[in-house]
Design a protein around this ligand. Sequence first.
Ligand SMILES: Cc1cc2nc3c(=O)[nH]c(=O)nc-3n(C[C@H](O)[C@H](O)[C@H](O)COP(=O)(O)OP(=O)(O)OC[C@H]3O[C@@H](n4cnc5c(N)ncnc54)[C@H](O)[C@@H]3O)c2cc1C
Length: 263
Amino acid sequence: MTTWQVATVVAAVRETDTARSIWLHIPGFPGARAGQHIDIKLTAPDGYSTSRSYSLSDIREGDTVAVGVEELDDGEVSPFLVHDLEIGEQVEIAGPIGMQFVWPPLDTGAGADKDNGAGADSDTGRGADTDPTRPVQLVAGGSGITPLMAMIRLRETSRPEATMRLLYSARSPEQVFFRDEFAALAAADRLRVDWFFTRTAGSGPRPAGRITREEFAAAILPVASRPLLYLCGSTEYVDTLGEWLLDAGYPIDDIRIERFLAA
Ligand SMILES: Cc1cc2nc3c(=O)[nH]c(=O)nc-3n(C[C@H](O)[C@H](O)[C@H](O)COP(=O)(O)OP(=O)(O)OC[C@H]3O[C@@H](n4cnc5c(N)ncnc54)[C@H](O)[C@@H]3O)c2cc1C
């Protein structure tokens, strides 16, 4: 049975016209791994309740975590989270959830700890990090940047030596989440970001349009560097790019995918 905990909104920042980051303080929260998500439940005064999943975009503070929500025009939950939920208000959350789409990756082989939650047992090696020195290629589509941002932020504070690269496809430069943070990381030479805009071109020479197989292959870390690959976004986007990776010879075990929309 799902265990729900009360969470209080402690901060919120507008990311784009249609998206917002929200920080939630959750007393007793066990902490999370970068890449995990939580379920957020809203309950109306008449008792009707519904929940949706949101990836954590910041896990560094333990019991205070962030989510980044993109509004869907006809959505039931996301417009409320983006426009109406106020600082000081409470929601219910369940999680953290998911052990496959996490960085650093867990050893989920024989004897590994497959429980949900953040508590890996490093003394026994159960759930231990596997080869955290491997280079990482992050691939985001739209709001799929959120769990990848948790990985980028974690790397800055706890594993600055890890090689990480980001490919980020968004509808337009105005639809980019965490714009100032990416600018700061680029200025400090801490993160290479390859941008692709599908509807409105950016400042570079590339016209707007969906990423092609050739562009994708040219932008990401090569097979020979044995990267771990994390893809997150809409089902169509990540499944297409996942196929391209397999065709190009990236081992399936090195590819991790998070889909924001059930197929
Ligand atoms: C593991 C996981 C993590 C997620 N993390 C995030 C996150 O970090 N940020 C975020 O903004 N969203 C995230 N989502 C999506 C989120 O859970 C909701 O599906 C989304 O906010 C829409 O909810 P809604 O109630 O507003 O729309 P609904 O009322 O559920 O749906 C409205 C309409 O939009 C369609 N629809 C539903 N979801 C999507 C979608 N993602 N893209 C396009 N069309 C859709 C539905 O088919 C329906 O027609 C995640 C989903 C999963 C499964």
